[in-house]
Design a protein around this ligand. Structure first.
Ligand code: NAP
Length: 475
């Protein structure tokens, strides 16, 4: 037991990752009256908020405003933020076990899934996640060079909400993007864009699309881009029609209605066109080291043994010219050092949030918990993380009550601080993040934008007066 500003720190939990699932979990733990729990959040980047900062599209400011809630959670006197500290390299699970009763992994899914087709690694073939990180000014992706000048046709593979984001950002005018917090360099590159056609390709039919109603509706409301949906693409095959009726899936029914409403619109003369195609899969990317065309195969839907409609390739192929490709077929978790990982799903094996030593195993990694995409896979919207966090933190609280958690040797705030300082002298506290936040907002006001982001870690450290020597020490 230890003291912080005169208070007794009985229980201490480390949360790894500062996205929505981490903050909802922190909130649950901080709300406990008895015992009082101290929460320390570790984040690899100097900035908090995970995908809300680095993933949510810049033109979705309302969704991003959830950070106000997270900042309120962070202002709790029993909450600490240690940004710019990487779990696994700069701080280990064993370091944390010395100081915490529980460790909760909330690291999300940091990479993308691949298509597994020929030509996928060619120049101008990208993961949507790379483009998303780039336009959002994520330090890991800022060095990408998305040169859109001379690019006329782009294909986006997949029909989830990330595909919607990518298609929308490519179709927006510079004027629409200017007021957002999109990275400065991305705004410049998009200003020079020659993109005219954006193909969005779904491997199944319109009734199985993964996008949600507001996102597909928004694609029909673009200032200078038409949405084109062919009658054949918007119509349902017999299996889908029956399935939709039986399942009473309101979101899917509405998606189909919205798509069908686009059929009669045709081209209205806007500068860009978003063309939705369904029941097609890319089978090969063609080019001489650089994307030139894509071969797609027409699919039909068949029922699998679980009653799900799956795509099956026919013998009908089509080749169409395309200059750039974004695969948007889902995110994927990456393993953390000394933490179990189930490679097939890209998740940490767990039972309702309790980390297991292996997938479908029985043995627990005592005192270790997981929440968010790294727990359940990359699905759901931001709010989905709230019940998920309740489930995981309840597991910790039950284990705590049963005395079945880690037994740290030193939970004093001072010793935690000393450990972090030793491992990463240039760690960033939440107050320091607030200084960066202020600077970004002020730079935005100066030029009529909502925010001008820092996109380099070194710039952030410099703005806080942290010297490079300090930044590198302790690694
Ligand atoms: P997602 O929703 O899982 O969609 C992935 C898409 O890729 C699906 O259409 C899927 O088709 C398709 N796909 C998968 N493998 C494929 C393959 N081999 N070939 C062709 N297509 C393939 O993933 P996401 O778009 O990355 O989004 C991740 C999560 O973030 C989702 O829950 C999403 O709703 C959420 N998100 C929300 C917002 C928002 O609320 N505005 C914005 C962005 C992301 P099948 O269905 O046939 O597998």
């Amino acid at each position: 037991m230890t003291t912080l500003n005169g208070k007794t720190a009985k229980i201490r939990v480390a949360i790894i990752g500062s996205g929505p699932s981490g903050f909802y979990a922190a909130d649950q733990l901080l709300k406990q009256r008895e015992p009082e729990i101290f929460v320390d959040m570790y984040e690899r980047l100097p900035t908090p908020f995970g995908l809300v900062r680095g993933g949510v599209a810049p033109d979705h400011a309302k969704i991003k405003s959830v950070t106000k809630l997270y900042s309120r959670i962070a202002s709790h006197e029993r909450f600490s933020f240690f940004g710019n500290v990487e779990f696994g390299t700069e701080i280990s699970r064993f370091d944390l076990s010395e100081h915490y009763h529980g460790i909760l992994y909330a690291v999300g899914a940091q990479t993308d899934r691949k298509l597994g087709i020929a030509g996928e690694d060619m120049l101008n073939s990208y993961a949507a996640t790379e483009f998303v990180g780039w336009y959002n000014g994520h330090p890991d992706y800022r060095a990408y060079d998305f040169d859109l000048s001379g690019i006329k046709r782009v294909a986006v593979i997949g029909v989830g909400n990330v595909a919607m984001d990518v298609a929308r950002i490519l179709a927006r005018t510079p004027q629409e993007l200017y007021g957002t917090d999109i990275a400065d360099y991305a705004l410049d590159a998009l200003r020079k864009s020659d993109v005219e056609e954006i193909y969005v390709l779904g491997r199944r039919g319109p009734a199985q699309a993964a996008f949600t109603n507001p996102e597909i509706k928004e694609l029909g409301e673009m200032a200078d881009a038409d949405i084109i949906v062919d009658c054949e693409d918007a119509s349902l095959d017999e299996l889908s029609a029956t399935h939709l009726k039986e399942a009473r899936d309101r979101s899917a029914i509405r998606n189909v209605k919205i798509l069908q409403s686009y059929v009669d619109r045709g081209i209205t003369g806007k500068s860009r066109r978003i063309i939705m195609r369904f029941l097609v899969s890319p089978s090969e990317i063609i080019g001489n080291g650089k994307v030139e065309a894509m071969k797609i195969v027409k699919n039909e839907l068949v029922l699998d043994e679980n009653g799900n409609l799956r795509p099956r390739a026919t013998d009908q192929f089509e080749v169409f010219p395309v200059d750039m490709i974004f695969r948007s077929v889902g995110y994927r978790g990456v393993p953390l050092r000394d933490v179990p990982f189930y490679d097939r799903w890209g998740t940490i094996p767990n039972d309702r949030g309790r980390v297991l030593t292996k997938h479908e195993g029985k043995e627990r990694l005592k005192g270790n918990y997981v929440v968010g995409w790294i727990k359940r896979g990359p699905s759901g919207i931001i709010g989905t993380n709230k019940p998920d966090a309740i489930e995981s933190t309840n597991c910790f609280l039950d284990d705590l009550a049963a005395g079945d958690v880690l037994q740290p040797s030193d939970t004093r705030c001072d010793s935690v601080l000393e450990m972090v300082r030793m491992r990463k002298p240039a760690f960033i506290s939440f107050d320091e993040w607030k200084i960066l936040d202020e600077i970004e907002l002020r730079r935005g006001i100066d030029c009529g934008r909502s925010r001008v982001k820092f996109t380099r870690v070194e710039e952030m450290l410099e703005a806080l007066g942290k010297t490079p020597a300090l930044a590198g020490a302790g690694k």
